[in-house]
Design a protein. Structure first.
Length: 217
């Protein structure tokens, strides 16, 4: 059976979170297409992983047989996260833009699963080729040609880390202008925001079905 690893990182519940609603649409499509598959869901906002500390990081540079008792205890949770990623046939990540970049709980997860000599570098990565679908929602627009194009640190960063560093195959779904409903200055953009969200949901369903079919084949 194929396994989908689903990570959400929005600070807000699904009713108030575009990224959560779109990842939910992807996941539902996956489950409908592949009802016998497995979905592992972790809400990084409510169930965060610990930030990488010196003891855990140092254990990553030592052979397991050389670990001290303290290093072994610190490294065990990190190893569990890495193995969970390695065992996934596809990965789904909700990555809303927060202050121009990803939420800190998602960054903490990335720091835990990036391990030189195992998941990195890309040429020898244990997760090389694994498809990862990122829902990169944002309150405004940072598309090429927009005034804030240079402030786009979500897609650029995640492509560099997931794609270039870990060798995963990255696809983005980008609902934008999500602040239009709450920001009076953006009120005239509400129709564009609604259209963007609708396209994102449609894309999530399409990609979810295709990902499930590919993983189950």
């Amino acid at each position: 059976m194929a396994t989908l690893l689903h990570l959400d990182s929005s600070l807000f519940p699904e009713a108030a979170s575009t990224s959560r609603s779109v990842t939910a649409a992807f996941r539902q499509a996956w489950e409908e297409q592949h009802p016998d598959g497995t979905v592992i869901h972790r809400d990084l906002a409510t169930d965060p992983v610990p930030h990488l500390d010196a003891l855990t990081a140092s254990a990553g540079f030592a052979a397991p047989g050389d670990h001290t008792a303290e290093q072994a205890a610190a490294f065990a949770p990190r190893l569990e996260l890495i193995e969970q990623l390695e065992n996934a046939d596809a990965v789904l990540i909700g990555a809303p833009m927060l202050n121009f970049t990803i939420p800190s709980p998602l960054k903490a997860w990335l720091d835990q699963v990036i391990l030189m000599g195992r998941t990195a570098p890309a040429e020898a990565s244990s997760v090389r080729g694994t498809p990862v679908y990122v829902v990169a929602s944002r309150g405004g627009s940072y598309a090429p040609g927009t005034p804030r194009e240079g402030y786009e640190y979500v897609q650029n960063y995640l492509q560099a880390v997931l794609g270039d560093m870990l060798g995963m195959t990255v696809e983005f779904i980008v609902p934008e202008l999500t602040s239009a409903h709450s920001n009076p200055a953006m009120a005239e953009l509400i129709p564009l925001a609604e259209a963007s969200k609708a396209r994102a949901h449609e894309e999530a369903v399409t990609k979810g079905k295709a990902a499930a079919a590919k993983a189950a084949a």
